[in-house]
Design a binder for this molecule. Structure first.
Ligand SMILES: Nc1nc2c(c(=O)[nH]1)N(C=O)[C@@H](CNc1ccc(C(=O)N[C@@H](CCC(=O)O)C(=O)O)cc1)CN2
Ligand SMILES: Nc1ncnc2c1ncn2[C@@H]1O[C@H](COP(=O)(O)OP(=O)(O)OP(=O)(O)O)[C@@H](O)[C@H]1O
Length: 187
């Protein structure tokens, strides 16, 4: 069986092989594909800002959609000692600075309770046909999602297709959807 570590390595390599033009094009296609999902009737949308040096999906196109629809947008700050995230409303005067891992993060602002969130867009390394997800392995999103309402929409974003099955355990919270440049998965 392929281990989580092997899947992480495989997808980091696949991602590295994409050119910056391919990443931009894919990020735009993902945003366009999101537009046709039935997810836009809600109020609070949580989104990640990409770690550019690792070639993560550019979420700027999704941010533009959210701002065009006048949604409340929520960003997180990660505490790498506690392995927990705190959440802040994106406002005009929010100060955003990259942390030491290259994640752009809010420095101030209005804190949001995870129970207020309706939709969360989730960064992925890999995922499978049952909606199991794999990140960098620190469990940030597993802990975060455990604090959200059970009915929150959990939308993974990926450049790549699903694996058949990746290892998972009882802490892992499944995705409800995953969007790639060419496919929409509903789990
Ligand atoms: N944009 C973004 N924000 C996010 C996540 C994410 O995956 N993407 N996370 C999802 O959980 C959390 C942060 N998780 C992270 C966990 C480990 C490393 C890390 O070890 N970085 C190494 C390089 C790792 C590598 O090459 O793969 C480093 O920068 O030295 C970074 C982020 C919360 N915020
Ligand atoms: N709700 C939780 N409370 C406490 N620890 C948790 C919780 N969920 C997961 N963990 C722990 O977090 C660690 C990492 O989990 P896992 O390998 O699933 O990470 P991942 O999903 O790849 O990473 P990430 O969530 O950062 O993207 C594991 O040791 C796991 O036991």
């Amino acid at each position: 069986m392929t281990s989580k570590a092997e899947y992480r390595k495989k997808y980091k390599e696949l991602r590295k092989q994409l050119t910056s033009e391919e990443r931009e094009e894919a990020s735009l296609q993902i945003a366009n594909r999101l537009l046709s999902l039935d997810i836009w009737q809600h109020e609070f949308y949580h989104i990640f800002l990409p770690i550019v040096k690792l070639g993560e999906i550019n979420t700027e196109y999704i941010l533009n959609i959210l701002s065009g629809k006048d949604k409340n947008v929520v960003l997180s700050k990660s505490d790498f000692e506690e392995l927990r995230m705190t959440h802040y409303l994106l406002t005009d005067n929010l100060v955003i600075k990259p942390n030491e891992w290259g994640i752009p993060e809010p420095q101030n602002g209005i804190q949001i309770d995870p129970k207020q969130l309706d939709v969360v867009f989730i960064p992925l390394l890999a995922y499978d046909e049952s909606g199991n997800r794999l990140g960098y392995g620190k469990g940030f999103y597993d802990r975060f999602l455990a604090d959200c309402r059970p009915d929150i929409l959990k939308i993974g974003l990926s450049y790549f297709d699903a694996e058949k099955a990746i290892p998972h355990n009882s802490d892992d919270i499944k995705l409800s959807h995953c969007i790639t440049p060419s496919k929409t998965f509903r789990f």
